[in-house]
Design a protein around this ligand. Sequence first.
Ligand code: ATP
Length: 385
Amino acid sequence: MSRIAMFGGTFNPPHNGHIAAANACVKQLMLDKLIFIPTAIPPHKALPALTATAEERLEMTRLASQLVPKSVVSDMELARGGASFTSDTLQSLREAYPDDELWIIIGTDMAETFERWHQPQRICDIARLALVARGEGEKERIKAYAQSIRQKFNARIDIIDNTPLEMSSTEARGGRNEQLPESVRGYISEKNLYVDVDALRDVAKERLSEKRYLHTVGCEQMAVKLAEQYGGDVKIVRIAALLHDITKELSLQQQLNLCEKWSIIHDYDSDNIDAVIHADTAAAVAEYEFGFGARVCSAIKKHTVGAEIMSLEDKIVFVADACEENRTYPEAEKVRQLAFSDLDEAITYIVRRTAERVAQKGKKPYYMSEKVLKAFSKDRERNGE
Ligand code: ATP
């Protein structure tokens, strides 16, 4: 007879509190298997506005389960869809493991509401309850809940003697990430989960003049349209657009201070540093102040002069910056048309125009412009280079 526990939750995202609780259960209950089961629609609480998708929660739970020996992850509730009633899940587990001892792992907050769950008696008939404290000073409360549940449902209950780790997914979604496993933290950053875009727009509003804020929001809207047309990542371009000019109104000295603070190495000369350094400092703000991942930072860093190698999102932000609806220079409409017909042609057109204007002012364009033209110009293809 095996000893098997289910650990259900929204896992939005899974955190070290879940992992510590799971590990304590594996050890103290001498489990042969612990099954993490992310819920489809949690019956006990609404999914928050800033939520990861079901697939993302499943993937993060898989990453977290690698830190718990004997554990596996099941998508049975997600596959079943609808409200995830634990009694139904346990019934399925009982059918899959007819002769084994089953537990359900429950934290203090869930233990408190257990009597109001759907079919608590059925749950207690199928499985033992393993109660884990989420915070210091909860041990007495847990004992009281256990006593009450035992009396009402004739439940078999094990109180786990764990060292509580005070952490919640709510805090993680709010930006507290030191109690997330590194793999989960990396996934969240890579996928830009739990980003409050409205709050980011407020940051832009706070830090920029009205004119540049309007440009920023225009850039966001254009970038989203282009991402939808070309199949780019809407979230990445939206965030990059909102932050692309976030340092542009700082003085050169302030920008150089940021370069020093974040060890930004650049090779701009005096002809171009004023116009382009903000791309580097804004990318650093995105990375170090807001914790955004490489794809967002790349789009910000490349938005002014471009680069020989640009991802789809890099290209979209670059082009959106030049042709958002508030841009009124004579060729803006032409750039808008190119943007929706051929991104590479739009890039070539924008870079060539900028280089000409820099030259007209008697300055030398940054050497990267030439390289970008070479990389994206269709003439090159036509000439068979
Ligand atoms: P949210 O903050 O979004 O409400 P949560 O942190 O409570 O989420 P869930 O995925 O809803 O996490 O929790 C799943 C299960 O894990 C529940 O039984 C819950 O009580 C338990 N649990 C959550 N956090 C901890 C923790 N820090 N220690 C022990 N158990 C926990």
